[in-house]
Design a protein around this ligand. Structure first.
Ligand SMILES: *[C@@H]1O[C@H](CO)[C@@H](O)[C@H](O)[C@H]1NC(C)=O
Length: 396
């Protein structure tokens, strides 16, 4: 059936979009330090415009690093961590650089075991020295660490940037794809940092979720409503509008449900963050749309006396879905923060659909009024009229 092949096309589009990533050239090799420090290796880290320079002495287990990143705001912080037990933030043994209350750059260590506010603590490695400087929009964090006996020479690194510091405690960072993908394996001896694919999978999921839901709730449902409301005013489109409307909404529903389920997955995977409103509207949309699709099966015959009430219910629910769908698309844009062009493109598209609806509304009324002149019994819509005669015919 059409919905599944459409879904497939959209999923492949989403996958393709998520594969486009900025090309990397090794910028770090041209970076120099005012203290003339030299490091054996450097890497352009794959997210957050961050760089790591390092040198490792396996005999003394001594690791010297310079981590460079732009904080997420002028009073923000940057962090570099080793996670000896996992790949993500939980369990990270972090160095965080920020401006202290006195205005001086400072570096502190944190054993990050949860998403709770950070408290300074001892970490898995020993810190010989750590300093930081802030200039040109980037913080440079320098540290010399001694790893514990038996430490592997390939470690999981995690880095992060945050917007602010409150009372000496770094505040929570953003949860954009770049913030969630900021982890990699680091081979201390070979100078290779490889991206951990878990992060990319998540970005793909977010893109898929966004595209499926914009297409379904944000575009196809409104088009289906426009078809139902305006096409049937044309007597020549009589059975056609109905089948167009049903196939458009059923496909939208199929895509919407797969988009919704990717959202549920994303929600269950992001332990620390909850987008309660977005999620609740999503659940409501799923419930309403399911009722709408099944209401089709319960639709009374057009001569039946309850058909008038069924119409009111079906149209009312349709408009609720229309409005909630568009609101949730914008909430989704605020959460995923795609490049502004996607949001702009959607605004243009939905405005065009809105303009088209206004135009068709005017045309429909002109047609209905003309028809009224020639036949006194004609009514524009059951919502305005009394659901009799000609109008019932228009409503299949
Ligand atoms: C970090 O915190 C975890 C959980 O509280 C604890 O199990 C672990 O031993 C701590 N690590 C260090 C180096 O203190």
């Amino acid at each position: 059936m059409a919905p599944s092949s459409l879904t497939l096309a959209i999923v492949s589009l989403a996958t393709w979009v998520s594969l486009i990533s900025p090309a990397h050239s090794a910028t770090c090799t041209s970076q120099t330090f005012t203290n003339n420090k030299l490091y054996a290796f450097c890497n352009d880290l794959p997210s957050l415009a961050s760089y790591l320079h390092w040198a490792y002495d396996p005999a003394g287990l001594t690791l010297s690093i310079a981590f460079i990143a732009p904080p997420d705001g002028p009073d923000g912080w940057v962090s570099w961590a080793i996670n000896p037990t996992a790949t993500g933030m939980r369990g990270s043994q972090a160095l965080i650089a920020f401006r202290d209350a006195g205005g001086k750059m400072t570096v502190k260590t944190y054993n990050i075991s949860s998403y709770a506010p950070l408290t300074e603590s001892k970490v898995w490695y020993e810190v010989k020295e750590a300093t930081a400087e802030f200039s040109g929009g980037v913080i440079r964090l320098f540290a010399t660490l001694v790893l514990p006996q038996g430490a592997a020479t390939t470690v999981n690194q995690v880095w992060q940037v945050g917007p602010s510091v409150t009372g000496g405690v770094p505040d929570r960072h953003a949860f954009q794809p770049a913030n969630l993908n900021s982890k990699a394996r680091l081979d201390l001896l070979r100078g290779e940092s490889t991206v951990i694919l878990v992060g990319n999978t998540r970005t793909k999921k977010r893109n898929t979720h966004g595209i499926l839901n914009v297409v379904s709730w944000g575009i196809m449902f409104p088009i289906g409503i426009i078809i139902a409301r305006y096409l049937r005013a044309f007597p020549s489109a009589d059975p056609a509008w109905f089948y167009l409307h049903v196939s458009c909404q059923v496909s939208a529903y199929a895509i919407g449900v797969s988009g919704w389920s990717t959202g549920l997955k994303l929600g269950s995977e992001s332990k620390g963050v909850r987008y309660a409103n977005h999620g609740n509207i999503g659940i409501a949309l799923f419930a309403f749309a399911t009722v709408q699709v099944f209401a089709l099966l319960l639709r009374p015959n057009k001569e039946h006396k309850y058909r008038f009430y069924w119409n009111i219910y079906h149209h009312g629910m349709g408009y609720v879905i229309l409005i909630l769908g568009i609101i949730n698309v914008f909430k989704g844009f605020n959460i995923l923060k795609p490049e502004p062009k996607w949001r702009d493109a959607y605004i243009i598209l939905i405005s065009v659909l809105g303009g088209l609806a206004v135009l068709l509304e005017a045309i429909t009324w002109i047609m209905v009024l003309k028809r009224k002149k020639s036949s006194k019994t004609t009514q524009p819509y059951e919502g305005h009229g009394h659901g009799n005669g000609r109008q019932e015919h228009m409503d299949m």
